[in-house]
Design a protein around this ligand. Structure first.
Ligand code: MG
Length: 275
């Protein structure tokens, strides 16, 4: 009996050893058994540096203080003149420039940049009149129109209720801001915008829509929202094919809204950081 038990124990140990051996081979990635190949392949191994990408190296951009134009920005208004701007019909811009600030002169018309832009990062500072006149849409109304068509609303929305998709920070009649970050009338405010232009096929059909991300006084109010088309005051918005680059436009809406420190950076195509 004892020799039979010994033989059984030896057999059990042998079976165990075979089982353990199989598990070791599988963990090591040896697939020779599975493929039936005679060759024993090396285990797969990856090093950290295998997924490092060194080229291209991002070019250096100097940025001394937040809000001031980085070294690669196109400055559209530095407080001195309106040479980067014209009336929307191409004639001289009629707005006032004084004390480093440009201000809407009601009735002189909207102004637009002489240069066109596509995908941009935009910084713009604005101020609605300290003296409150009017209410709702009639109080401190202007607008920042990307590509002359896509309006980011400028309005005195400090304790001034209007329709939510028309208040400050709305993409006019398309997207309500996530929160109301408005400061009091007469206080400077800022918009920082990331704008992706729409793409059109050569025959004019829409390939991809426009997108906008907006920070109002540093607070996120629009998070990569998809635009449904050009601003429409009446009726639904829609796209109409246009050039890859179009001017930035600031609206004369009959209120003396001021602007300063306006700059854009053109956004290059993204560079992949994976293999
Ligand atoms: Mg407006």
């Amino acid at each position: 009996m004892s020799s039979q038990r010994g033989q059984l124990a030896a057999l059990f140990v042998a079976l165990l050893a075979i089982g353990t051996g199989c598990a070791d081979r599988n963990e090591a990635g040896d697939t020779s058994e599975a493929t039936g190949s005679e060759e024993v392949t090396e285990p797969l191994s990856q090093r950290p540096e295998d997924t490092e990408v060194w080229e291209p190296e991002p070019k250096r951009v100097r940025s001394d203080r937040e809000g001031t134009p980085p070294s690669d920005a196109t400055v559209l208004f530095d407080g001195t003149n309106l040479t980067a701007w014209s009336h929307e019909d191409g004639s001289e811009a009629g707005w006032q420039v004084q004390d480093g600030v440009m201000t809407v002169v009601p009735g002189t018309g909207s102004i637009r940049t002489r240069q066109g832009f596509g995908d941009v990062q935009l910084h713009i500072e604005w101020r609605t009149p300290a003296e409150i006149v009017g209410d709702g849409q009639g109080r401190g109304n202007s607008g920042v129109f990307l590509m002359e068509r896509y309006e980011l609303q400028v309005l005195d929305s400090y304790e001034n209720r209007t329709y939510s998709n028309g208040q400050a920070g709305s993409i006019y009649k398309q997207h309500i801001p996530l929160v109301n970050a408005s400061r009091a009338p007469g206080v400077w405010q800022s918009y920082d915008v990331v704008f992706t232009a729409p793409r059109f096929a050569p025959e004019g059909t829409l390939v991809s829509p426009a997108y906008m991300t907006v920070f109002h006084n540093g607070v996120l109010i629009q998070n990569h929202v998809e635009l449904q088309g050009s601003m429409a005051y009446i009726g639904p918005p829609g796209y109409e094919a246009h050039a890859d680059r179009e001017p930035l436009l600031l609206q004369d809406h009959s209120n003396r809204v001021s602007f300063r420190n306006i700059w854009v950076r053109e956004i290059p195509a993204p560079v992949s950081g994976s293999l």
